[in-house]
Ligand binder design. Structure first.
Ligand code: ZN
Length: 405
């Protein structure tokens, strides 16, 4: 939240600037006086005062001292109060779970990791998440009333509006399960759910790249997926399947069969499992993404070559996406990205060669920065963005939802 200008968050001047929009402006963390807020929003001073009072009452902003002034009493300044509430984020992977408690600015207050098999089914996995989550909340010493909500990421397709998993291939027992309902019965706060790639994209964007409005986050691991941030928000598409790039065809791979029934899918040639299988064929035993990463890091030339080629294959699919979507940044993450620069070098090589100059002129291609907590942080950010959405805050009776904890 280092942006000091409010650019991209600044509401257009006019009467539609409610308390929610004012809060959105202040979320950059910069303290401002009532006059500055009035000048930035075009609102009358008296209107700004009313909005500021409402935000103060909800605890979402706080007085932040006084500014220097030429004589007389210096005007008071107000700033976003990220400590006002906390959020619990859970990133439930295929075999591993990560939890994080964050404040409203995404600062991590506590984390927990555990090996946890998603195939144990929804009740066992969610019971663990609830139990461990409660302990984490105790650990940060905040009362239950401070919890704004719970965000959960799952390793498969999720219908975001209902939070239910939809035909998830690696999650027996989860199909159609009411995840938010189950959790809300035990922790009575708003609960939201999305797939793991979307929450990782959100975590990366919020934490490391907030100045980029159009971001593609690539998770290259056992599968290959893409989270899309468009105009600063997660783009999910009509059925929540946007960014599912693992089954887009790669030109040179027509003879490779994919588990989905098609041939030549990106995931069948460039995923951690696909690379591990090729290495094993060449007499270098490898079981999956993490073995590939270990081999590449230890300097195995066949592993490095295959990782680089996987980068090129991912780049081939992305080159079309770059022409189509015109992102400002592509962030490469997931366990395969831990293999070093070779994956990203392959991606860059093909994208700059194949995409249109106008689309690549200012395009940045970078490695993920947020690390293994990006999903848990992003799950929490999903709840924050929803709760603090200006339109929502201004349409609902303001602050009611935020106060009743
Ligand atoms: Zn496929």
């Amino acid at each position: 939240m280092a942006d000091d200008s409010g650019v991209g968050r600044r509401p257009s001047p006019g009467a539609s600037v409610g308390a929610g929009a004012l809060l959105q402006l202040l979320r950059d963390g910069v303290p401002r006086t009532r006059s500055e807020l009035s000048a930035l929003t075009g609102l009358a001073r008296s209107t700004v005062t009313g909005r500021v009072d409402a935000l103060l009452a909800a605890g979402l902003i706080a007085p932040s001292g006084e500014t220097a002034s030429t004589g007389g009493r210096p005007p008071a300044t107000f700033a976003f109060n990220p400590a006002a509430r906390i959020v619990l984020g859970a990133d439930l992977g295929a075999t591993h779970a990560r939890l994080a408690v964050i404040d409203l600015a995404g600062n991590v207050l506590a984390v927990a990791n555990a090996d946890l098999d998603i195939a144990l089914g929804p009740k066992a996995v969610l019971d663990w998440t609830i139990d461990r989550g409660r302990k984490l909340l105790d650990q940060v010493g905040r009362p239950a009333a401070d919890l704004l909500g719970v965000g959960i990421g799952l390793p498969g397709p999720v219908e975001h509006s209902t939070g239910r998993a939809v035909n998830p291939p690696i999650m027996p027992g989860w199909d159609g399960f009411d995840v938010p309902g189950y959790v809300r019965e035990r922790i009575p706060v708003p609960v939201m759910c999305d797939n793991d790639v979307n929450i990782m994209a959100l975590g990366e964007h919020f934490t490391a790249w907030p100045e980029y409005e159009h971001l593609l986050f690539i998770k290259a691991a056992t599968g290959i997926g893409c989270g899309i941030i468009a105009d600063g928000k997660v783009y999910r598409g009509a059925q929540g399947a946007a960014g599912d790039m693992g089954h887009i065809r790669v030109a040179h791979a027509d003879d490779v069969h994919c588990r989905c029934g098609n041939t030549g899918c990106l995931e069948a040639v460039a995923s951690g499992g696909a690379i591990a299988a090729k290495l094993t064929e060449q007499g270098i035993p490898a079981g999956g993404s993490l073995d590939v990463v270990e081999l590449a890091r230890s300097g195995s030339v066949p592993a490095l070559r295959l990782v680089r080629q996987a980068g090129r294959d991912i780049g081939e699919v992305l080159a079309g996406a770059v022409n189509f979507f015109n992102p400002s940044i592509i962030v490469i993450g997931g366990s395969l990205a831990l293999a070093g620069d070779h994956l990203i070098a392959g991606v860059r090589e093909v994208i700059y060669q194949r995409s249109l100059p106008l689309a690549t002129r200012h395009l940045r291609i970078a490695a993920a920065r947020t690390g293994e907590s990006s999903g848990a942080i992003g799950a929490g950010v999903m709840v924050i963005e929803h709760a603090l959405d200006p339109d929502r805050l201004d349409s609902a009776s303001f602050g009611a939802e935020l106060k009743n904890g």
